[in-house]
Design a protein around this ligand. Structure first.
Ligand SMILES: C[S@@+](CC[C@H](N)C(=O)[O-])C[C@H]1O[C@@H](n2cnc3c(N)ncnc32)[C@H](O)[C@@H]1O
Length: 200
């Protein structure tokens, strides 16, 4: 990893993975951690730097080279979460989806959840962050409702989750951690739900 990205990680104002890193390393040892919606690879870089074997995936073709540069050694893949995932059953030790599961109708959100369950190993973990219904600076105040919890926010449709909808999403998982947090990586604070759940 370049010195530039090491400095970026150090400066990262959203160090949410720190407390999970030991668990992620332990759970993914000898296996694969799949990161869905990796974006520019801030989390990917941290994971690779910690010695985790990562496949980082995103729909945005322009983000993937940035991710590859930030996280040399990660497998990089372009995919659309709205499609079936291109992985065999129970092939992933860990799945991370940070702020990437909110672009879909509820029906499609639950189809994605079914795909996550299909791909995760028994006893594997899902670590995810979701836009909160309290995320007023980032669209939760929108009045353009498409369906319950799902709003038009500028050019994009975005879902905002309350505790109940995160639990509904994770109904087939054993939830071990669920907390609402405020993160400071944008100009305005962002409210998110952070969840860690184990596959049954
Ligand atoms: C808010 S960013 C989060 C990026 C990163 N996980 C993080 O927390 O910094 C959401 C990411 O999800 C990706 N994304 C949006 N829709 C997607 C889809 N249908 N399939 C795969 N990735 C998608 C976007 O391209 C973007 O990189």
């Amino acid at each position: 990893m370049t010195v530039f990205y090491r400095i970026l990680i150090h400066m990262k104002s959203d160090p949410w993975l720190e407390k999970w890193m030991d668990l992620l390393r332990e759970k993914s040892a000898g296996g694969i951690l799949l990161e869905l919606g990796c974006g520019s690879g801030w989390d990917t870089a941290e994971l690779v730097s910690a010695g985790v074997n990562v496949i980082a995936a995103d729909i945005a073709r322009n983000k993937l080279p940035e991710c590859a540069q930030a996280a040399p050694g990660a497998g990089i893949l372009q995919l659309n979460l709205a499609d079936p995932l291109p992985f065999s059953n129970h092939s992933m030790a860990v799945i991370i989806a940070s702020l990437s599961l909110h672009y879909f109708s509820w029906e499609n959100t639950m189809l994605i959840e079914a795909e996550l369950r299909r791909c995760i190993q028994s006893g594997g973990i899902l670590l995810a962050r979701f836009n909160s219904t309290h995320d007023f600076h980032h669209g939760a105040a929108s009045t353009e409702e498409i369906e319950p919890g799902f709003y038009q926010v500028g050019a994009r449709a975005k879902r905002f989750f309350d505790k109940g909808s995160v639990k509904k999403f994770l109904h087939s998982w054993e939830i071990q951690f669920l907390e609402e947090n405020v993160i400071q990586r944008y100009r305005n604070p962002k409210h998110v739900w952070e969840a860690m759940a184990v596959s049954n």
